[in-house]
Design a protein around this ligand. Sequence first.
Ligand SMILES: *Cc1c(COP(=O)(O)O)cnc(C)c1O
Length: 381
Amino acid sequence: MSHFKTLAIHAGQQPDPTYGAVVPPIFQSSTYAFRAPGEARTFDYSRSGNPTRHALETCLAALEGGTNGFAFSTGMAAETTVLMLFQPGDSILVHNDIYGGTYRLFNTVFRQAGLNPEFVDLRDPAALRAAITPQTKAIWIETPTNPLMNLVDLAAVAQEAGSNGLITICDNTFLSPYFQRPLSLGIDVVVHSTTKYINGHSDVVGGAAIVGRVDLAQRIGYLQNALGTVQAPSDCALVLRGIRTLAIRMEEHNRNALRVAHWLEAHPKVEAVLHPGLPSHPQHALAQRQMSGYGGTFSFKVRGGREEVFRLLRSTRLFTLAESLGGVESLIEHPRTMTHASLAPEILDRMGITENVVRVSVGIEDADDLVEDLTTAFKAV
Ligand SMILES: *Cc1c(COP(=O)(O)O)cnc(C)c1O
């Protein structure tokens, strides 16, 4: 039992010993009876451990090829918990093109707590090497990046980090472990917003961290319990249900997104398509080496500016105008005024998130219907 599709359905999910329930029950209990004074059973209190959460955490660890998984109430709770590994005065090198919420967490909350995030273009090995100081303790990576779909070479960064004793953390939300397994490339900690592909049905917010090192597992497990950033059992059950179809969903997202990307690339009203699966992507070779697929989310640039983009966004019927990504339904959004609106205009300009960038999360509807929806919508542009 070692293949992804089998692990997704069976890891952590053996029939329940009491009644033989095939689906892990939702253990909606905050506390557990001791056998006798001083004799706790496997679980004693649901912040510290819960059987439904344990099933999910075991499955997550198996899918990422790690030893331990941890489920959190949101992606941000997972990130917060992992960042509590560090001390005031520690410096963390952060890829300069990351999810807006992660940027905000670093730049306000953790900077105030004494951590020093230093934003570096981790695509440039010389810039990475030059940024490492004696205070540097970790490197934070997101690849592909949101919304520009730039890639960071995980194996190269992990090697540089390893020779400097730094912890590497990779946000793997965009691809899920089905298409990218950072631990196998030398990364120490994987974090996820399970809100996205891992749950996949847009009905839960959740987060995860997965590690392959005993020392990190102990420290993150301690923090998860001490901070209380855990995911509720009913939400764990929903995420676990989503995971059982992760493989087939990702295949379908990937196929549909590539179809839409190729169609967009040929459209006269499209200036560029930012999709690592296209030969036109500047890091297409790295994509083929590091990822086994491209997922369902990518961006494109409309010829024109905000006015043209808003006309497009007002005119789609199947693609719903909404933030988030990774659900079975197709979504479309304008990063500049929606997901990335919390970033200052200078930062957006520097990153290249211009007014004409549109991001789509391509769902698993019929691809013909998706292309037809965009065909009609572009007529309004
Ligand atoms: C959504 C997202 C997060 C934050 O996760 P939440 O579940 O919304 O807290 C972090 N990283 C990436 C890449 C995301 O897309």
